[in-house]
Design a protein around this ligand. Structure first.
Ligand code: DAH
Length: 345
């Protein structure tokens, strides 16, 4: 029996050493140490031994069982470790691999220019005002000192809906509406929005485009206030060393009226293709609010005065970003739009 036991032990230890997976080792455990295994069988058979041999054999079986158990457990620890290592190996993530680029949305270049202008004027205490795109002839023209039949109406070819309703041709009607609503009180607003004209679309004309109107009304508002404001605007949008100049012009709603030019941001004034060799670039129209416009909206033009200006964000964006065709802003070709990535975020 002792020889049988030694043989079993040798076999078990061999099988333990051969087991190469946790599962195989578990099978060995069940085969040799389980309730139906040979070692248990031997213990059961001890009853047949003479009484004086039983303790010795019992002790021997226990020694063998312990040794097999110890070896098995040691091998188990090893195989489990190997299994974990193999899993870690096969699941390795290469964190140095470049990621897939995420396509992010982006603000439209026009939106950016409009927001930049809004932010500047808001920082100077202006409020943003809006008005309807389908507008009454009264606010679009009449309240701006352009009575029916006025020749200057022809400067802005209009889409009429009825005789008295049209798509607004500029954002100036928001001036008239705000003044009427404020009932004679001071005003400081900018009015961004879409406008419509019956123009044939080409590289510099669009039947729909955007404008930003500015209006300040208060006590003792002068031309010098307008000039200072426009100078701040020009420097913010086109660079700190921009000069501005005001040229006499005509708008029915302002008197005097001016057009503002900035010194060319490309050549600095010496003459180039951007400024058409003049050194100056025309940016916007402006002037002191005409007394008729103030009076029509219920203001006392002796007590309060004001200035106004109107600009086209498309023109500003075209100059700022070197865009040669206004239609790019509306055809929404992603190859065009994706060039305006916001880098400042
Ligand atoms: N409304 C004018 C236009 O569309 C632009 C303009 C010029 C607005 C002078 C003004 C201004 O407020 O003072 O051509």
């Amino acid at each position: 029996m002792e020889a049988q036991l030694q043989e079993l032990k040798t076999q078990a230890l061999e099988k333990i050493a051969e087991a190469s997976t946790v599962k195989e080792l578990n099978d060995v455990r069940v085969a040799y140490l389980g309730k139906k295994g040979p070692i248990t069988d031997l213990l059961k058979g001890m009853g047949k031994l003479p009484a004086e041999e039983r303790p010795k054999m019992g002790a021997l079986v226990n020694v063998v069982r312990e040794e097999v158990t110890t070896q098995l457990e040691a091998r188990m620890v090893l195989l489990e470790e190997e299994a974990i290592n193999a899993k870690l190996q096969s699941e390795t993530i290469d964190i140095t691999l470049p990621g897939r680029p995420v396509k992010t949305g982006n603000a439209h270049p026009l939106t950016r220019v409009v927001e930049e202008i809004e932010d500047l004027f808001i920082s100077m205490g202006y409020e943003v005002a809006e008005g309807p795109e389908v507008e009454k002839d009264y606010y679009n023209f009449e309240a701006l000192n352009l009575p029916k039949g006025h020749p200057a109406r022809d400067m802005q070819d209009s889409f009429y809906i009825t005789e008295d309703v049209l798509l607004r041709t500029h954002t100036s009607p928001v001036q008239a509406r705000t003044m009427e609503a404020k009932g004679g009180e001071p005003i400081k607003i900018i009015c961004p929005g879409k406008v419509y004209r019956r123009d044939s679309d080409d590289a510099t004309h669009s039947h729909q485009f955007t404008q930003i109107e500015g209006l300040v009304i208060g006590e003792d508002i002068r031309m010098s206030d307008l000039k200072g404001t426009l100078s701040v605007f020009a420097k913010k949008m086109f660079g700190d060393d921009r000069e501005i100049r005001l040229r006499p012009s005509f708008f029915p709603f302002t008197e005097p009226s001016v057009e503002m030019d900035i010194s060319c941001f490309k050549c600095g004034g010496s003459g180039c293709n951007v400024c058409k060799k003049t050194g100056w670039i025309e940016i916007l129209g402006a002037g002191m609010v005409h007394p008729n416009v103030l009076e029509m909206a219920g203001y006392d033009s002796k007590r309060l005065t004001g200035f106004a200006f109107g600009m086209g964000p498309e023109r500003i964006a075209m100059l700022k970003y070197g865009v040669e065709d206004i239609r790019h802003f509306y055809t929404n070709d992603v190859r065009f739009l994706s060039q305006f990535q916001r880098t400042e975020l």
